[in-house]
Design a protein around this ligand. Sequence first.
Ligand SMILES: Nc1ncnc2c1ncn2[C@@H]1O[C@H](COP(=O)(O)OP(=O)(O)O)[C@@H](O)[C@H]1O
Ligand SMILES: [Mg+2]
Length: 264
Amino acid sequence: MTDQPPEDQLIGRARELERVADALAAGRPVLIVGEPGVGKTALARAGARAADPPRIWEGGGIATLDWMSYLPFRRALGLPLPDGDASVIADFVADHADGGVFIVDDLQWVDRDTVTATLLLADRVPVVAITRPLPRGDDIRTLLVEAGWGVLELAPLDEQDAAQLATAHNPRLARADARSVARRAGGNPLLVQGLAHARGDTTELALALRARLADLPAEARAALHRIAILERPAPLDLPPGTSTTSSTWASSPRLTKACRSATH
Ligand SMILES: Nc1ncnc2c1ncn2[C@@H]1O[C@H](COP(=O)(O)OP(=O)(O)O)[C@@H](O)[C@H]1O
Ligand SMILES: [Mg+2]
């Protein structure tokens, strides 16, 4: 993409940034919760930078490796970790991260041991963690809140900030078009960027939409799949022969097509 504003300059988010920075300054770990593309990682980084630590460490879970214990720490440190339980890992990571701020991203894709190590790490190092509001993320949120963490639910940008983001990414957009992009994207910065740049090719935007749709409950995905196939509103009960599973849904070229047409 072209015309990108510097990655580290957030548009809007003054209050949210202050909350993350204040929590870190007070030594209180914080969990940022929000939908894909809403700006969780960007906010965590900006909040960590505001604390002006000597170093920011960052690692996250990965959907396809969600069984692999301590992956965010391995990724952040770039080191093999010692054998041992969560407290051994947390001590090792804290020794390395001493003085820095730790961002543990995509907690919805980590295992229980990693969550335990994250909780223990936060006793020694300022931590910002991030999750999507998926069932697994919600369980983790409950654990963290019980342990005294703060939670920041990150909403989409308001229309004015989202329009400013659209213009920052595509200065050629007329004001009314930037506002239209903001509205169509529902204030989601990732979608705002995609729509602001969308000319012929919306592949990236379609992928971003798919990531959001993947978080919907199975019935909602099935309903959208049906609409994508029929290309018109449909009754809730499936017509014969259009039944589908979530795996066909996930790989459906029709869905990509539907996402594309939704963006034109
Ligand atoms: N307030 C903002 N101002 C400018 N760009 C933003 C803002 N929030 C997010 N972005 C950009 O939008 C994209 C998606 O944000 P990201 O933090 O990756 O979302 P998430 O982590 O919630 O999936 C990134 O390119 C990010 O830099
Ligand atoms: Mg992220």
